[in-house]
Design a protein around this ligand. Structure first.
Ligand code: NAD
Length: 350
């Protein structure tokens, strides 16, 4: 029998919890990669998986990503992630959310959740009926940290894209810089709006064509095909949809000198970090560039809920990326590997 420990993405995870609620039929996995720096913090993904192994693999990869992300963001939080195995119709009921809240509560604070793909701030509020180990709750005034992490993530990605353009292309303005954005939801859409204000040239693609079209009309972007967005000639390719999109084939077809976007786990395998590096493409390690959201919900959960502190920490994302790129160049190592080494050291696993 293939055990979880044998899966290629198992990386010394401290615990992986498999839950099932008989009444609602809800199945969920909570993976805790490391609690070395604090409780395992990371959002819940609500997704229809083709099979259970894919769901476990996602939980393993995402929770490890959160360990690294929280450590690199300087937060006293470990890495955890939950996935809910949605049905084909993505049915989500109040009873299912209540059951999920009880599952989280049973972990007694070793795992703290927030939003991820398919989960909203309203869902987080629903979870608070059953557990206090929830962040990403709506805020009543804009001076507080927390709430939807998407805009904070988008801001961090925006600053990271600008840092990449400065580092690789030597340009300190985004005016006329061509950015191809894959996925224009909460993060990609926020990024597109910020870049549009700077006069960047934007090509966007989203499986939700109506949404892509209406955003394009609003900000003056061009909608391109789902396959084209990764292949068109651009200054930056920015992945902001789902993970594992950078593999042997897609990397060979990239036509941009920079890959910088908010999607989690963009590299399909560790070897793909080397492939990007070999093509002399500057890669922004995803868990460093997309840490704006966890900085916000993390500080909210830790009770340091001043939005100025959140913004101050997000504004340091570019210097962290630059440090990684400089070390990558100095040691001829892929930026993804440099970031992993830094993160491993921080969680006591070097
Ligand atoms: P979202 O659901 O709001 O947006 C994702 C968008 O991608 C949707 O508009 C969807 O239609 C589109 N999409 C899905 N598959 C696609 C495909 N194959 N091609 C093009 N578009 C596609 O989610 P989000 O919150 O914006 O998150 C996007 C990514 O960023 C995810 O990988 C998520 O894990 C990561 N992330 C999000 C946050 C956050 O704060 N929301 C933080 C860190 C990382």
């Amino acid at each position: 029998m293939n055990m979880m420990w044998d899966l290629p993405d198992f990386d010394g995870h401290e615990a992986v919890h498999f839950f099932h609620d008989v009444e609602t039929g809800l199945s969920a996995i909570v993976a805790l990669h490391s609690t070395h720096l604090g409780p395992g913090a990371g959002g819940t993904r609500f997704w229809h998986y083709e099979n259970r192994t894919t769901a476990v693999t996602d939980a393993l990869r995402l929770s490890r990503g959160m360990s690294f992300k929280n450590a690199m963001a300087g937060l006293p939080l470990g890495g955890g992630k939950a996935v809910i195995l949605a049905d084909r119709n993505r049915t989500k009921t109040p009873a299912m959310l209540a059951a999920f809240g009880r599952m989280i509560d049973s972990l007694a604070g070793r795992y703290v959740t927030a939003e991820d793909v398919g989960m909203t701030a309203a869902d987080m509020v629903a979870l608070t009926q059953e557990t206090k180990f929830v962040s990403g709750l709506p805020v009543s005034d804009s001076s507080e940290a927390g709430g939807d992490p998407g805009p904070f993530t988008a801001m961090g990605v925006y600053l990271g894209v600008k840092a990449a353009v400065a580092h690789k292309l030597g340009r300190d303005s985004m005016e006329g810089v061509h950015v191809a954005i894959q996925g224009v939801g909460s993060v990609g859409g926020g990024l597109a709006r910020l870049l549009a204000k700077d006069g960047a040239q934007l090509s966007i693609a989203d499986i939700n064509k109506n949404h892509a079209q209406s955003l394009a009309s609003e900000i003056g972007a061009t909608v391109v095909g789902l396959d084209d967005v990764m292949r068109i000639e651009a200054d930056v390719f920015s992945p902001n949809a789902l993970g594992a999109i950078l593999d042997k084939v897609s990397i060979a077809h990239l036509n941009a000198p920079i890959v910088a976007g908010g999607a989690n786990n963009q590299l399909a395998t560790p070897e793909d970090g080397q492939r990007i590096f070999d093509r002399d493409i500057l890669f922004a390690p995803d868990y460093v560039i997309n840490s704006g959201g966890i900085i916000s919900v993390g500080l909210e959960y830790l009770g340091d809920d001043d939005v100025n502190e959140v913004n101050r920490r997000i504004s340091r994302i570019p210097e962290r990326l630059t440090e990684i790129w400089e070390e990558s160049a100095a040691r001829t190592l892929p930026s993804a590997e440099v970031a992993d080494n830094m993160a491993r050291k921080l969680i006591g696993r070097s």
